[in-house]
Design a protein around this ligand. Structure first.
Ligand code: NAP
Ligand code: COA
Length: 272
């Protein structure tokens, strides 16, 4: 059952950075399905145009613009273009990211810097550049972070450091921009199925099964789970929520909930 009424996002304008695929595109698609007009940016015009077309094909309104989040001027121009076409921006999703599994000793300075530049500096660029293009009061800014920010994961030093920076930036901006009526939050997805992120972080069936066995809810989440949280966070019902980093992760960030983590014989447990 869907608790969101048809058309609840009608009249809203949504800007999604890193919106050509995966979780971020699903967020854009969901807002569009509920009536919003959506501007997507990514590094590649063909990918972001195809992404926007999926929304148009489904009966929605969207445009795809090539802009690398590492390029402040390009991001600014894209925001201005979306505002010009659709009006003041109500919701900004900052989700562009790059990630791969690599031990720290296999990271060159440029590898580390590349992930920081896309995830953390890119998020600053998106959030800073949107300030003059968003509805004040009323805008909802949401960054897509990750559990690695607060719970270190091996071979994720680069992504963990970048996402930790995003969490702190989210909270600092929530304090600075709250008086202007701007809410600034972040969503920390857990492992989400059918995404580039998980195909990189758990690239085999064995790795996927082992990971699922450690998640309290015992399965990956869906892109729709994250999209629905973004819709809620941007709604009137969430008007008193700012500076929050909200996990949507099946309990993953609580720790390892695998049966193997317990040194109790299987027969003594009712739940495993
Ligand atoms: P994805 O499909 O690869 O999404 C990443 C997006 O970022 C793509 O649209 C990519 O588009 C864009 N992008 C990359 N570099 C960019 C840049 N420099 N400028 C502009 N756009 C750029 O991956 P995903 O797994 O759905 O991840 C989406 C978000 O969720 C990320 O922030 C990720 O850290 C977060 N997350 C994912 C998971 C998961 O389970 N998948 C878990 C926790 C957090 P182009 O290639 O077209 O530029
Ligand atoms: N292990 C170690 N280093 C790696 C690596 C890996 N798996 N992949 C890339 N790097 C290094 C490169 O070698 C390079 O360092 P060097 O110049 O010292 O050799 C540096 O990272 C930058 O790589 P480059 O390919 O030039 O960067 P890019 O800006 O074109 O692409 C990436 C960015 C590397 C993050 C790329 O994986 C990407 O585009 N990702 C987007 C999609 C994605 O990651 N989705 C999941 C989101 S959670």
């Amino acid at each position: 059952m869907d608790i969101f009424r048809d058309g609840i996002c009608a009249g809203k304008v949504v800007f999604v950075a890193g919106g050509s695929s995966g979780i971020n595109l699903a967020i854009g698609q969901r807002f569009a399905e509920l009536g919003a007009k959506v501007g997507l940016i990514s590094r590649k015009q063909d990918r972001v145009s195809a992404a926007a077309q999926t929304i148009v094909d489904a009966g929605g309104t969207a445009m795809g613009i090539e802009a690398d989040v590492r390029d402040y001027a390009a991001v600014e121009a894209a925001l201005a273009q979306v505002k010009q076409a659709y009006g003041e921006i109500d919701v900004v999703i900052s989700g562009a990211a790059g990630n791969f599994l690599a031990p720290a000793v296999a990271l060159s300075p440029n590898a580390f810097q590349t992930v920081i530049a896309i995830d953390l500096l890119g998020t600053f660029n998106v959030l800073r550049a949107c300030y003059d293009h968003i509805r004040k009061p009323g805008a909802s800014l949401i960054s897509i972070t990750a559990g690695q920010a607060t719970r270190p994961v091996m071979f994720q030093a680069h992504a963990g450091a970048a996402k930790a920076g995003i969490n702190n930036l989210t909270q600092g901006l929530a304090m600075e921009w709250g008086p202007a009526g701007i809410r600034v939050n972040a969503i920390a997805p857990g492992p989400i199925g059918d995404t580039e992120g998980m195909s990189r972080l758990a690239p085999s069936e064995e790795a996927t099964a082992a990971l699922k066995a450690r998640i309290p809810l015992r399965d990956y989440g869906t892109k729709r789970d994250i999209a629905d949280l973004a819709v809620f966070l941007s709604s009137e019902n969430a008007k008193y929520i700012t500076g929050a980093i909200i996990d949507c992760d099946g309990g993953s960030n609580l720790g390892d909930a695998s049966a193997d983590a317990l040194a109790i014989p299987h027969a003594d447990r009712r739940d495993a």
